[in-house]
Ligand binder design. Structure first.
Ligand SMILES: Nc1ncnc2c1ncn2[C@@H]1O[C@H](COP(=O)(O)OP(=O)(O)OP(=O)(O)O)[C@@H](O)[C@H]1O
Length: 307
């Protein structure tokens, strides 16, 4: 069995923009691999290269052992691709979209029903509705169905949950876990860091470069600094004060708290309290916490920027 996805030293420039710089990684059979990064990081460019829609400037990539340049026709038959936008025909009904995607792959919905059944039953009540009139979550399920209708062995999902409600996002990730268990290799991109922990391994991408590839558990284990969650009644004033403190290393807003690291860790806590005391913050609270994946990514991005 060939490794489903192999990417070796891939580079891509658009004029002055270095969209991808020296990208290398592999995705194994039955692996759910996440590509996590902000807008403009290079995620879609990489998807377009791997799905044979765009040529890299340098480097090599294979899908199931097939070369993305030489074997593009064969690759297109074995992969499922859900691009971030425009993957559905908005004027066609749900059923017509499915039949269309099945027909271009010379198959039928019935022939591969086993793979899509779980998703199909959820969209079946709307089968006569134009795709353009579906909710975001339903559109996403239909797009996944369309990407699976020819029974691909490798699935490329480019930001499938962007703009989708939290319940549909959760259901979608549960579906991906079940597809993975069926042996399908899945490369999925997302700008949402909370989705990173749902992947077997993740690659963090920023400005066209990979900052880290590992399991989410290992990434969080490697966070070495003491971290605190801090809050007060006036959060905006608090963040300004904390960022102005000379020994603050990082201070980011995370939900209802600020996450704080200090240059000398625990040794700076008394100095920080003395600095904040005259500022009179009401309902001040500061508790040590364990880093989550988002903290690790913020830290990696910060180190990359400083280099
Ligand atoms: N066809 C193109 N021509 C010129 N620049 C491009 C082109 N496609 C992408 N870029 C640039 O390459 C960089 C990477 O873009 P890409 O779309 O791959 O990022 P992304 O991580 O998918 O983010 P987004 O979610 O915003 O699409 C960006 O700076 C983008 O502006």
């Amino acid at each position: 069995m060939q490794t489903p996805i192999v990417v070796q030293e891939v580079h891509k420039n658009f004029g002055e923009v270095k969209a991808l710089r020296d990208i290398s990684f592999t995705v194994n059979e039955g692996e759910l691999f996440g590509l996590i990064g902000p807008d403009g990081a290079g995620k879609s460019t990489l998807f377009r290269i791997l799905t044979t829609l765009l040529l890299a400037d340098k480097g090599k990539a294979t899908v199931n052992g097939l070369d993305v340049v030489k074997d593009y026709k064969a690759i297109r038959k074995i992969v499922g691709y859900m691009p971030g936008r425009f993957s559905l025909y908005q004027d066609l009904t749900v059923q017509e979209n499915l039949d269309f995607f099945a027909t271009i792959f010379n198959t039928t919905v019935k022939e591969n029903y086993g793979l899509i059944e779980e998703i199909y039953v959820q969209i079946a009540p709307f089968k006569d509705r134009p795709a353009g009139k579906l909710s975001g979550g339903m559109k996403q399920k239909l797009a996944l169905c369309c990407a699976l209708v020819h029974k691909p062995t490798v699935l490329f999902l480019d930001e499938p949950t962007t703009g989708v409600d939290p319940v549909s996002r959760k259901e979608f990730w549960e579906m991906l876990q079940r597809l993975r268990q069926k042996g399908i290799a899945i490369l999925v991109s997302t700008p949402y860091m909370d989705e990173a922990i749902l992947c077997g391994r993740v690659a963090l991408i920023q400005n066209g470069a990979l900052l880290k590839i590992d399991t989410p558990q290992q990434i969080t284990r490697e966070f070495s600094k003491p971290l605190w969650a801090v809050k007060a009644k006036q959060m905006y004033r608090l963040i300004q004060d904390l960022r102005s403190f000379e020994d603050t290393d990082s201070c980011y807003a995370f939900g209802e708290y600020l996450h704080l690291t200090l240059k000398h860790g625990e040794a700076d806590v008394d100095k920080l309290r003395a600095y904040l005391q005259p500022k009179g913050h009401e309902q001040f609270d500061m508790v040590p916490i364990t880093a989550g994946i988002e903290d690790c990514f913020m830290e990696l991005m910060k180190s990359e920027k400083q280099q």
